[in-house]
Design a protein around this ligand. Sequence first.
Ligand SMILES: Cc1cc2nc3c(=O)[nH]c(=O)nc-3n(C[C@H](O)[C@H](O)[C@H](O)COP(=O)(O)OP(=O)(O)OC[C@H]3O[C@@H](n4cnc5c(N)ncnc54)[C@H](O)[C@@H]3O)c2cc1C
Ligand code: SF4
Length: 457
Amino acid sequence: MGNLLQNLLSDEDLAQNFAESKPSYNAQEALDEANRCLYCYDAPCIKACPTGIDIPSFIKKIASGNLKGSAKTIMEENPIGASCARVCPTEELCEGACVLNDSTKPIMIGDLQRFATDWSIKNEQVMFKVGKKNGKRIAIVGSGPAGLSAARELGRLGYEVTVFESKGEAGGLDTHGIVPFRLPKDISLWEVEQVESLGVEIRTNAEVGKDIFAADLVSDYDSVILTAGMSKVPMLGIDGEDLEGVYDAIDLVEETKNENYSTEFIGKRAAVIGAGNTAIDGATTSVRLGADNVKILYRRTEAEMSAYDFEYEFAKQDGVEFRWLIAPKRLIGDRNDHVKQIECVRMELKEAGSDGRMRPVEIEGSEFLMDVDIVIKAIGQTRHHQLIDEFGLEHHNGVVKVDNETYLTSQPKVYAAGDVVFEKGVGEAMAVSAAQQGKETAYAIHQQFKASELGNV
Ligand SMILES: Cc1cc2nc3c(=O)[nH]c(=O)nc-3n(C[C@H](O)[C@H](O)[C@H](O)COP(=O)(O)OP(=O)(O)OC[C@H]3O[C@@H](n4cnc5c(N)ncnc54)[C@H](O)[C@@H]3O)c2cc1C
Ligand code: SF4
């Protein structure tokens, strides 16, 4: 079966499997959808957008044929508005708040946002102008949604901004971590170009802590913003993790973003450990790489899984199977040190722990073996402890502590925003929230400098 599929799935087929899956609106569809909007006064959709995009205004501009103005309205509030059009959980945000939910169906705000921003991308629009230089220099560590948004706003305000990015391309998880069939890489790279067009310097392959010292940034710049996000998937802490055929879900997705499609999955059985959005991405990526059977193993139940409902539905449509109340105990290899089985144990849920979630507990003697060819680890992300320590920042288990309004850390010149300040159980780690925090950090820095010029600090 494997060999047969291997012959059938060419490189082009694999590339096609990773092309953007959802079709975009054509002009008539966009117009029809825009014309359904009621242009509500005090529109609830605006309040539900973490970046506060003036949604009725951008929709009205689509209806009147002003696509440039529409895209500008979107990008004004959200520097990663083209990516967010594709990756935001709109059902839980703007579309979830649309008044039309009470009568018919909500306006498809995400699709309209995509239509307007795609027009800008195709027509090579440069959206914003650099501000008059004010002589202040800001260093930003990390070029994901938070770093890019802070950089853009600071560039517009006249700051000289340098972004340090450890990877070869900027854009953070939008470029490297969100599956290409939902967010193609060229979309986030366009957003990076928009920021660069404001004179922001983005130094790629520049890892702070290795290529540049944190202390040098603090001494050489007027302020530093830490927007390094989170790190790799944590170890499962069981035997066999170093076997061949065991993948980190984020690394796996990154490979496909770079158009490197492993042929190891074709016709094989893959098991994904975890049930958050990263696990879903690992599973749907495995399907597109040609896996014959993909199972998600989760130690709790459907009710506790953290993946968005639409992601869950998407995975089910892809044929992904879900196995609840199962945890891996060890991974077993063959004579070539390639994973061949998982020793699993059945779990039951006991009373909630301190985090308010039901606690999974092993059922004694319920161990069993599951045959697999590939295992994908997807149980969240670790934190940048070493980097945070280099800056000498107060943190809680790797979550940097900041002032809620200014994003100032425990060090007077260092701010932090995005996933690096995201605390589990406090909202969702979303690209749009990171973008908003990046903007707010930029404004807080500007306020601080303005106040010190006036002698108020
Ligand atoms: C698999 C996956 C799927 C997701 N899907 C969605 C989704 O569908 N919708 C959604 O809204 N959100 C999604 N998210 C969450 C979203 O991607 C993040 O919340 C968002 O990207 C956080 O932005 P950020 O700028 O804080 O960090 P990141 O996007 O992680 O960017 C941080 C950047 O800092 C760089 N960096 C790290 N350390 C250093 C260093 N020492 N020196 C220099 N640079 C450094 C990194 O290379 C990276 O480019 C997903 C996350 C994952 C992991
Ligand atoms: S709530 Fe719905 S109908 Fe009202 S302005 Fe927003 S998108 Fe339009």
